[in-house]
Design a protein around this ligand. Structure first.
Ligand code: SF4
Length: 445
């Protein structure tokens, strides 16, 4: 029995790139007549898009897939597909451990998955994990999952070899999409009402084709009529050059926000992690961006407790956090991942010691986040309205260009997707509260 015209259910774990890939698959299936459903028990196809970044992420995905045996028992014709990084990482092992799974498909094989779902159901599990250094899904339009903002992957894979990271193994080598197809996808999204696009890539600013590099792409997208905002994540400090900063400063639609993973403030740790930049270089980029882009906000990712991290190394991370004054940080205690270069390195800290450092870092960052938000009171900021505030139907939630969340009461002439000029009145936790002054005229193309 083919899956034609049935319903599909997609559960997604992990990063925004996985969310985008789920939307790519949704786009392929819907083009062939399938309908999305949020109810697993009414689906003909159940797809779990998995993440391998940490052991915990894999455990959660395994538990979810194991739970899907229930749907297969109730409706034996149901097909179950495990896709994404964990599918790539564990391949053949998955159907051995979870014998109700029909397909195991890595990130470079989603076109084949689409084909297989429209053929007869296989008698034994199909495992497709061959890596393809050219697959970047040109020509496929991902479905949109928000009426206001959307994420678009512009490059896939990673050529770095950070010692703690599994991504290069499961996602393969770097490859960039043609600018024309990215522009077409953004134009299509804008045609459907999207106002803000966030460009995705493991090292998004190493984007490069025969004709374009990352700053050139930013400048092209900045000209798209009807698009209001452009964000990107995550740039790698090694590739962050002055031309990118100039392109950000000179492109009015590019937001005043830089999420740039630093991972550690200690040169010794950066070298051990093979991050390919120094603390000094990171601070130089921050200073240059600050000088060129007034009001730019910085956020980051940090790992504490990497093997060999001394108290002095950790103190350097704390001092860097203070010196940059990040608005927020994703912070993690190091945990070894099988298949990464660091897996065999002996850990030098106990779990409790790593946790203690992590808590000190979180506290330090929290104080800085509060201070940065408080410094914004009294300012007028442009806020893109994303949705109704969760706690109060009479309020909007939106974000400033520098990525601060703002909640403010409804006002005439404003709706989801509007840009509003908002007077910032106060801080409430890690959110700003304000009052709308007026709608902002749309930027010309
Ligand atoms: S840059 Fe480093 S951390 Fe980022 S995906 Fe590549 S290897 Fe992983």
């Amino acid at each position: 029995m083919s899956a034609q015209a049935g319903k599909y259910f997609l559960a997604t774990f992990g990063c925004q790139m996985n969310v985008y890939d789920s939307n790519l698959i949704g786009g392929m299936l819907e083009k062939r007549g399938m309908l999305a459903t949020g109810e697993a028990d009414e689906a003909d196809v159940l797809i779990v898009n998995t993440c391998s970044i940490r052991g915990g992420a894999e455990d959660r995905a395994y538990a979810r897939i194991a739970g899907m045996r229930y749907y297969k028992r109730r409706k034996p014709g149901v097909r179950i597909a495990v896709i994404g990084c964990m599918a790539q990482n564990h391949g053949d092992k998955i159907p051995v451990e979870l014998d109700h799974v029909d397909y195991v498909v890595g990130p470079d094989n989603y076109r084949q998955l689409e084909g297989m779902l429209f053929q007869d159901r296989p008698k034994t599990a199909q495992v497709l994990t061959e890596q393809n250094a050219f697959e970047n899904y040109e020509g496929i339009m991902a479905r949109l999952d928000s009426a206001v903002t959307c994420h678009i992957t512009i490059m896939r894979g990673c050529n770095k070899r950070c010692t703690y990271c599994i991504v290069p193994t499961v996602r393969g080598v770097e490859r960039s999409r043609e600018a024309a197809s990215i522009v077409a996808e953004v134009e299509r999204a804008v045609g459907e009402g999207v106002k803000e696009v966030c460009l995705l890539g493991q090292t998004v600013n190493s984007y490069r084709t025969a004709d374009d590099d990352f700053p050139a792409l930013l400048r092209k997208l900045d000209k798209i009529p009807g698009l209001e905002r452009i964000r990107f994540t995550s740039p790698h400090p090694r590739h962050f050059d002055s031309e990118t900063i100039r392109a950000m400063a000179e492109s009015p639609k590019v937001c005043r926000h830089l999420h740039m993973p630093v991972q550690s403030g200690s040169n010794t740790m950066l070298k051990r992690m093979r991050r390919q930049y120094t603390r000094e270089r990171f601070l130089e980029i921050v200073a240059e961006a600050r000088a060129a882009i007034p009001g730019v906000g910085f956020t980051t990712d940090i790992i504490v407790g990497y093997p060999g991290e001394t108290e002095a190394d950790f103190a350097e991370t704390l001092s860097l956090v203070e010196e940059v004054g990040f608005d927020s940080a994703y912070t993690f205690a190091y945990s070894p991942r099988e298949g990464t270069p660091a897996f065999d390195e002996a850990e030098t800290l106990t779990a409790a010691e790593k946790q203690e450092r992590l808590e000190r870092l979180i506290q330090a960052q929290f104080r800085i986040s509060e201070r940065n938000l408080e410094a914004m009171t009294g300012r007028v900021e442009e806020v893109l309205i994303e949705e109704r505030a969760t706690r109060n139907e009479g309020e909007w939630m939106g974000k400033t260009s520098c990525f601060k969340k703002v909640i403010f009461p409804h006002a005439p002439g404003l709706e989801k997707g509007s840009l509003a000029r908002v007077l910032i009145l106060s801080r409430s936790g890690l959110v700003l509260r304000g009052e709308a002054l007026e709608a902002v005229e749309a930027l010309e193309g």
